[in-house]
Design a protein around this ligand. Structure first.
Ligand SMILES: C[S@@+](CC[C@H](N)C(=O)[O-])C[C@H]1O[C@@H](n2cnc3c(N)ncnc32)[C@H](O)[C@@H]1O
Length: 244
């Protein structure tokens, strides 16, 4: 990992170009950044997209590895100037990545369709922005169409209920598989053991919630950070549905 980034993780701060000390928060943890870097390196990904810039910590980590592979990065965040004092941009400029990052200060529902219209393609996506189901479903809808086959989408904060619910749905798409989690898929809960017996009851599918009938653990999403991989084009029938 780049020494500047290592130092930021150690001190939890950096100095911006206006000589202000910026104390970081809301950032992707070091271990998770290394996990992202390892995925990018192993798969030789070159075209990455990210939603959620903040102080630019994950952007820095992703760009470092993407640039090592000869690629470039694109990041979307509506609030970089208004909420983050442009310090994310400042940091990645200091790191020397100005030419390697495209930045859109706009809402994702505006940027993503415009990228599709331009015929852009990506092989790696990191989503760490709002935690609302509907916003993230729209993000996924477009990123899926922008993603190369074998490309991966990484969701942070899967412990938030809106994101967990979304993952319950999309992890069951026939053209996706759960690639991995960080930390690895958590332990089976006691509830699941109980559900095994409750499932013997008549009408159990009406009596038990879908979360019990189909636990997060079994879907491979019982973690904080989940990576899904697109293994094919979407060939679902118009009436395809799955309980989630
Ligand atoms: C948790 S922070 C991202 C942290 C960053 N990934 C890192 O590791 O340093 C969430 C970011 O999402 C942005 N955000 C929130 N809602 C958004 C939206 N609807 N579209 C785009 N970005 C959004 C916020 O401005 C904030 O920068």
């Amino acid at each position: 990992m780049n020494k500047i980034l290592e130092n930021i993780f150690e001190t939890k701060k950096f100095t911006n170009s206006k000589n202000q000390t910026i104390y970081i928060h809301s950032e992707t943890r070091k271990e998770q950044c290394e996990y992202l870097q390892n995925i990018i390196k192993t798969n030789n990904f070159k075209k990455s997209i990210e939603i959620g810039f903040a102080f630019g910590i994950s952007t820095f980590a992703i760009t470092e590895e993407i640039v090592n592979n000869g690629g470039s990065h694109l990041v979307i965040d509506k609030f970089q100037h208004s909420d983050w004092n442009s310090d994310g941009i400042d940091l990645v400029n200091q790191a020397g990545y100005t030419e390697k990052i495209e930045y859109f200060e706009e809402f994702c529902y505006v940027v993503l369709p415009s990228l599709l219209e331009k015929g852009r393609k990506f092989d790696f996506a990191y989503i760490d922005s709002t935690k609302q189901f509907d916003w993230l479903l729209v993000n996924f809808f477009y990123i899926d169409k922008l993603l190369e086959i074998n490309g991966m989408i990484v969701f942070d904060d899967v412990s938030f209920p809106g994101i967990r619910k979304l993952l319950r749905y999309i992890s069951q798409f026939p053209n996706y598989k759960v690639h991995s989690q960080n930390p690895s898929n958590n332990r089976i809960s006691q509830l699941r053991k109980l559900a095994k017996f409750l499932k013997l009851l008549p009408y159990h599918h009406k009596l038990l919630s879908i979360e019990i009938l189909k636990p997060d653990f079994d879907l491979g999403i019982n973690s904080h950070c989940v990576v899904i991989q697109k293994i094919n084009n979407d060939t679902r029938n118009w009436d395809w549905h799955v309980s989630f």
